[in-house]
Design a protein around this ligand. Structure first.
Ligand code: ZN
Length: 195
């Protein structure tokens, strides 16, 4: 652990502070470790409810990420890997979420609404007053049924712009198992926000 302290602080003052707040500090360190994603070779990347294994390559040629079976090959240094992996996720999220949105909109008898990929830190999706559906690209990490639930939830807002019992009935028509999947998403969702 590295402690940053002003130069004029005496060593025993620093130790005094650390001892006094030891419990708080260790709790915070544990929490930070739990939430930080380690961009190392072999790291598991959450993907559709399972994982892709990050393989960092160091080859000549352009820095890029591509999938090979259960691996996401990333020709980049650990420092450049996050940006490449994020771009890969966002590109594939746009394709898959767009496809699922078209599928469920057709089932609901709706025209395909405009789709916006979102990078929100806490929300999975939204349906704007203008009828633009925003979906978080991190949904690509969640199981397919969670993706379908979030999309059906947002489509149901075309019928009910609230979360009333009538709204949940609309969700139930499009996605009968909504209660179970919503519970799972609430429970595991935090994991998908590590990166
Ligand atoms: Zn809603």
């Amino acid at each position: 652990m590295v402690v940053n302290a002003p130069l004029f602080l005496a060593r025993h003052d620093i130790h005094g502070f650390l001892n006094k707040h030891a419990e708080w500090i260790s709790t915070r360190l544990l929490a930070a470790r739990e939430h930080r994603f380690e961009w190392r070779d072999g790291a598991p990347l959450p993907y559709l409810g399972g994982h892709l294994i990050l393989e960092l390559l160091d080859q000549p040629g352009p820095a890029r990420a591509r999938r090979d079976g259960a691996a996401l090959l990333c020709n980049a240094t650990p420092a450049r890997a996050p940006a490449l992996v994020l771009r890969w996720y966002q590109r594939h999220a746009r394709a898959l979420l767009g496809e699922r949105l078209a599928h469920h909109a057709a089932r609901a008898g709706l025209a395909m609404p405009p789709l916006r990929l979102s990078n929100a830190r806490t929300r999975w999706g939204s349906n704007s007053a203008k009828g633009v559906i925003s979906l978080n690209w991190r949904l690509l990490k969640a199981p397919p049924e969670a993706i379908d639930y979030v999309i059906c939830h947002e489509l149901a807002h075309f019928k009910q712009r609230n979360h009333s019992p009538a709204f949940w009935r609309e969700v139930g028509i499009l996605f009968p198992d909504w209660k179970k999947i919503r519970g799972e998403l609430r429970q595991n969702g935090r994991l998908y926000f590590q990166f």
